[in-house]
Design a protein. Structure first.
Lengths: 665, 263
């Protein structure tokens, strides 16, 4: 037997799908960072192939260093592997150096756990956090020997399931995926597993089409091939209709309630390679109703569902024990908004006193933040920079986007922070927002200057730093800005040039301001992929055939390749890249994702869009009456916030070797 | 422990009261770990195992783990060494057990000894390597090695982060021979070669130089003197490190105090 030499449980069972590792291993000395392809991380799992009736390969379509920390993949990996009837193995995008060697030596796409070929699995689940992973999906399919087009796949090919936030408009990849799972994944993966298991146990009746029909009848599962799309004379969608009576007209997202019942990941994967997040992460709540109009995540994950104090305490304990990480990230879309955040941070800081374990709140609003919170977070560890996202430079534009943080709040908070020993603050902004003028962006310079002035006054010395980081705004589906015209890259680049000049117009202040931005071109392509319809799939395929890979990486992204492919594929159809991006949509236009239901009422989204244009704010329904966005009634859910009436539990750290001589772990 | 006051170091760390030296192996597919990957894994493992490791002071406290000459990425090893600073005395045997359990399979802790006498770095000036050469016939390797050993000096060039370096492989080569027994004991190296396919194995003892002569450099020297170019990537395993004696043997850096387990 040659394969599965690294199976920890030995090779007792009959291995019908051998590992490709013997063929891969000779290639690894020839590629960069080979460790990313070998698996074997702490808390990785490898189940016996024959033990599972349904086998999932779970892919994050970006490099290992980005994909490994992904919470979605980690959660589904554990949830599926806990089932007796299922197994799940992980895979990530391979860099072009290994891709070329795999093609040369005939090594198929593989999982890092068992190094089994992707083509041997029943399902290939792909989590899309961003649209820029689409070309990497095609690489994986091609290397796996799975036909690129769903229509060409046979009964033995894996069912390709897209998930993640980008799956809320899967139309651009409709040709390549069999199913899009909309919304929270914890429960739907189990139901998909049930459907596949029963279909296989019955002898796969009706072939692949019957399986897809059964999946289309599963809540939250959208099967693009079972819907026909027609177009009108102006290029807009005329109709989207199911092609079979067993297929629902629209698909509503899945929502997991009672997060305490889903405490995943329990044992976070601990990479040996360097990754983008070197920490254990615990999701303290899901959803956000702050109502920032640009924010797709906040719109599509409603309502807010908090984990309880006790649930968080147990998850943090489990994650720290199982991983050995020295930092715990308390994740959510706006972590300081948890109703019990003060108790959480103080309780955890007390618990980990003296253990060099630090806490981080990756997303915090300046208006929910205070210096006590900052001190608790940094008590046991590092006092790195503070990061806030005002998003818009002017008060007016912040009303348009409904991000109502005031400059006074910001200056007050950073003054306190600088007085307490912080030396750096990072501010995030967007450029190209609806109704934006040059003046809105130029006010960012004044804000940065005032942060430096306040910091110098509070700290008593000159070496304080403010970094402003600016991204191009991309209108996203299921947000009030889904109808908006995206700004052209030239407009964004010009505004940022003027902003840089304004920052440097005061040399004494400007020299302490760092400015980071990306040019506007990748944002335009992201916009094409975000709001595209099925016709955009041809562009993706053409770009991929022309060598497009890793589009989220500036060293691999080629704007010319995308615009060239878009011109070749879209213009014969009477549409264009501008038609999909910089064109404002009307109220009655059928949007490509209208048949996918995020719970938000379309009329409410439109009204919120109109409020944006006239600069009217919208409050948060956690603290003010319901404003009828529609999510709770249409998904059968409700806001779940504290106080939970629970406590963190005074857990202590167990030291296997703390007893001195003679003790062992 | 004191609260942090403005402008003060975040963690006044307790002092180091004991140092323990460890020998560990890097095996199987984990041979592809770089030194930084190994260090990262140990830093997490000491925390996971609850080892009372000492930390540096300051805003960014780091665990006190000291390393000596790491095996290159892609090379396996049965003899890597590090020294851990501890804030409390610990039984080395318990440390071996706890740390090994907290590390991924393939990073295996083998021996431990309380540090004493000369510094760890001063106890190592040579390495013993086994290098497997799939697709190379033992006779071809024997001839190439004889040609290499017949020279006084054989220079290879390596591209390092600081530029091109000239390395005298022959001068650093203490001993080298073709081994007939093939795969090292324990069978812990990855895949065995196909039945019937040729695979030569070389044992080499290399004196530690700056920069260190790596297995790849030895192969480079065989190419220079005899045109030997293996058709497939070689697999190297470091079998031992230590002080070279007059016979070219290596003295155990952990000395006689060690605690040994066999993983």
């Amino acid at each position: 037997m040659t394969g599965d030499v690294h199976s920890p449980s030995g090779t007792g069972g009959i291995i019908t799908v051998p590992s490709v590792y013997p063929d891969l291993e000779p290639l690894l000395p020839r590629v960069s960072k080979p460790v990313q392809y070998v698996g074997g991380e702490l808390n990785a799992q490898l189940k016996d192939w024959e033990s599972a009736a349904v086998r999932w390969a779970l892919m994050y379509p970006d490099a290992y260093e980005v994909g490994l920390p992904n919470q979605g993949i980690m959660i589904l990996y554990e949830v599926l592997n806990e089932r007796a009837d299922a197994l799940a193995e992980r895979c990530y995008a391979v860099w072009p150096d290994l891709e070329a060697l795999m093609r040369e030596h005939g090594v198929p796409a593989f999982t890092v756990d068992g190094h089994r070929p992707l083509g041997a699995f029943d399902l290939l689940g792909v989590s899309f956090s961003t649209e820029l992973g689409y070309t990497n999906l095609l690489t994986a399919l091609d290397l796996a020997g799975i036909p690129l087009h769903a229509v060409d796949r046979g009964i033995d090919h894996p069912v390709v399931v897209a998930g993640g936030h980008a799956a809320f408009n899967p139309e651009p990849i409709a040709d390549f995926v069999d199913v899009a799972a909309i919304g929270d994944g914890e429960e739907v993966v189990g139901e998909i597993t049930d459907v596949v298991r029963e279909w296989k146990a019955a002898g796969r009746p009706g072939g692949r089409r019957e399986l897809l029909l059964r999946l289309a009848a599963t809540d939250g599962c959208y099967v693009p091939s079972l819907y026909a799309v027609s177009y009108g004379d102006g290029g807009e969608i005329a109709s989207v209709a199911p092609v079979d009576e067993r297929v629902p007209r629209s698909v509503t997202k899945r929502t997991t309630t009672d997060l305490d019942a889903w405490p995943y990941p329990k044992k976070p994967l601990v990479p040996m390679a360097e990754t983008v997040h070197e920490r254990a992460s615990v999701e303290i709540f899901r959803g956000c109703t702050r109502g920032c109009r640009f924010c797709q995540a906040g719109m599509i994950t409603r309502p807010v569902r908090e984990r309880s104090l006790q649930g968080i305490g147990e998850m943090v304990d489990s994650a720290v024990r199982a991983s050995g990480f020295d930092e715990v990230g308390l994740l959510s879309l706006s972590s300081a908004d948890h109703s019990e955040i003060a108790e959480i941070t103080k309780g955890l800081a007390d618990r980990y006193e003296g253990t060099n374990t630090s806490l981080s709140l990756p997303s915090t609003r300046v208006d929910a933040f205070n210096i006590d919170l900052a001190n608790e977070i940094s008590r046991n560890g590092r006092r790195s920079g503070l990061t806030f996202a005002p998003e818009g430079g002017s008060e007016r534009i912040r009303r348009v986007i409904n991000k109502m943080v005031s400059e006074e709040d910001l200056i007050r908070t950073v003054s306190q922070a600088f007085a307490q020993g912080w030396r750096q603050v990072k501010l995030y902004f967007m450029c190209g927002l609806p109704t934006e003028e040059d003046e809105d962006v130029l006010e960012i310079a004044g804000m940065a200057h005032r942060v430096i002035q306040a910091g110098r006054a509070a700290s008593g010395h000159n070496d304080v730093r403010c970094t402003i980081s600016i991204g191009g705004f991309v209108p996203k589906p299921h947000t009030p800005f889904q109808w908006a015209a995206q700004a052209h890259p030239e407009v964004i680049d010009e505004r940022l040039r003027k902003l840089r000049a304004a920052v440097n117009s005061n040399r004494k202040l400007g020299r302490n301001v760092g400015m980071r931005y990306h040019d506007g071109q990748p944002s335009l392509i992201e916009g094409l992929l975000a709001r595209g319809d099925r016709r955009v799939g041809r562009v993706i395929e053409r770009v991929w055939r022309d060598g497009g890979r890793f589009d989220g990486w500036s060293e691999h992204f080629s704007y010319e390749r995308w615009t060239g492919a878009a011109a070749a594929e879209l213009e014969p159809l009477g549409v264009s890249i501008d038609w999909f991006t910089t064109r404002e949509r009307g109220r009655d236009e059928v949007l490509p994702w209208d048949h996918l239901d995020s719970g938000l009422e379309r009329d409410w989204l439109w009204d919120d869009w109109q409020d944006a244009l006239s600069g009217r704010e919208q409050d948060d329904c956690r603290w003010t009456p319901c404003f009828d966005c529609g999510v709770c009634p249409s998904t059968g859910t409700d806001i779940e916030v504290g106080p939970s009436g629970t406590t963190l539990l005074p857990l202590t750290v167990v030291n296997p070797v703390s007893g001195g001589p003679g003790t062992s772990g | 422990m004191a609260r942090v006051r403005p402008g003060e170091a975040a963690n006044p760390a307790p002092p180091t009261v004991q140092r323990v030296r460890l020998r560990f192996a890097k095996r199987g597919r984990l041979r592809f770990l770089s030194h930084r990957d190994v260090a990262r894994s140990f830093e997490r493992a000491v925390r996971r195992a609850g080892v009372p490791v000492a930390h540096s002071h300051g805003f960014s406290p780091h665990p006190r783990l000291s390393w000596v000459g790491a095996a290159p990425t892609g090379s396996a090893s049965e003899a890597e060494y590090l020294e851990i600073g501890l804030t409390r005395e610990v039984d080395p045997a318990a440390l071996v057990t706890a740390l090994d359990a907290a590390l991924p399979d393939g990073l295996d802790v083998l021996d431990a000894a309380v540090a004493g006498g000369t510094a760890l770095a001063d106890r190592i000036d040579g390495s013993h390597w086994l290098i497997e050469l799939p697709g190379v016939a033992p006779d071809a390797l024997r001839a190439a090695l004889a040609a290499l050993l017949a020279e006084e000096s054989v220079i290879v060039e390596r591209v390092t982060p600081s530029g091109r370096r000239q390395i005298d492989v022959r001068a650093a080569l203490v001993r080298a021979e073709v081994r007939s027994d093939g795969v090292p004991s324990g069978g812990s190296l990855s895949t065995p070669p196909d039945q019937g396919a040729v695979c030569a194995t070389m044992a080499a003892v290399v004196r530690q130089t700056t920069p260190a002569v790596r297995p790849d450099d030895v192969l480079g020297a065989l190419d220079v003197v005899a045109g030997l170019r293996p058709p497939a990537p070689a697999k190297a395993t470091r079998m031992a490190q230590g002080l070279l004696d007059h016979r070219g043997d290596l003295a155990d850096p952990l000395g006689s105090d060690r605690v040994t387990t066999r993983a």
